[in-house]
Design a protein around this ligand. Sequence first.
Ligand SMILES: Nc1ncnc2c1ncn2[C@@H]1O[C@H](COP(=O)(O)OP(=O)(O)OP(=O)(O)O)[C@@H](O)[C@H]1O
Ligand SMILES: [Mg+2]
Length: 347
Amino acid sequence: MEVSKLDQVLNALSACVLFIDQNRKITFANHAAQQRFGEDIVDESLVRIVRNPEFLAAIDRINAGEDEAEVELTIGASPSATFEVKLHALGEGLAKNAKIAITFEDVSQIRDAQLMRSEFVANVSHELRSPLTALAGFIETLRGPAKDDGEARQRFLALMENEAARMKRLIDDLLSLSKLQGKERIRPSGEVDLVQILDHVIASLSPVVEKERKTINISNDSEIQNIVGDHDELIQVFHNIIENAVKYGALDSVVDVNVSVSENIGAVNGPAVIVSVKDEGQGIQAEDIPRLTERFYRADKSRSRIKGGTGLGLAIVKHILNRHRGRLEIESELGQGSTFKIILPIG
Ligand SMILES: Nc1ncnc2c1ncn2[C@@H]1O[C@H](COP(=O)(O)OP(=O)(O)OP(=O)(O)O)[C@@H](O)[C@H]1O
Ligand SMILES: [Mg+2]
């Protein structure tokens, strides 16, 4: 079959292009359109692919004399795709009486990103508003009913300090996330002593450990000393994972931190160091596990909030590990506790 010059050009485009005649019959489909809608769509009715009334109305408007029209269409179910569709009236004399050119540009990723951004802004606003509302409430009480009550004043000021600290933590975490996104593709170049980092993190967590009545045991089955990594970022990773194990573990329970090395770990394609953090907490439901690294996702909302969590900790961990080409693996069973494994490539 001879392929005309025009066809060659249209086949080179990544957008889907269709020509239809007066009766909505498809007279031409470029390669992208055939891949998307089927190899055999030429000579079929367009209605077989798209039944959207808005789209069909746009075709009618062109047939009635308008030059161009534009609609946004969502086609298919899970996963659906969103297209920006443009229709143009064609002049006379094209093969098979083609009357309208239709281009479909896939804008799904742009729409998904827009949705994520607006969800993120909504989440941040909500998270900031709760401590702010609490602060405003305390101020009102201190001005009014508790004005001359010294004891109440002290109590409220302590609560206000907590709420302010919570807001600060949230903002620090957000800034951390945005900084990490900026350098996610740049590999860290420093050398760090992993065991020293773990000792440091465990020491810095001692106030929480005491408050939560936990014991942390650390064991090292490796000879590992220095690995390539960013010192402050790895502190953030282990701080959050071990803090979670302490916060979400049962009272008077033990958190086990173990360091080991494996010659070949599939997840990172080679030798790696594995830090596993095992707690004796309530565990995490299977359907929550893949979502834990989403921003603001909390498996147990009320418990996490009581513990002062922002729900950003594991999102930060994921970004840092991506940058280190590492992995986070989570194993958990309800009622049996959880094990978080941080896998970092070495060598
Ligand atoms: N060891 C664990 N046991 C049970 N649930 C956990 C554990 N670690 C994390 N989770 C769940 O995962 C959620 C997300 O954890 P993440 O560290 O991202 O947030 P957070 O601890 O609530 O807040 P932040 O770390 O920002 O202070 C937690 O809210 C909790 O529901
Ligand atoms: Mg946390």
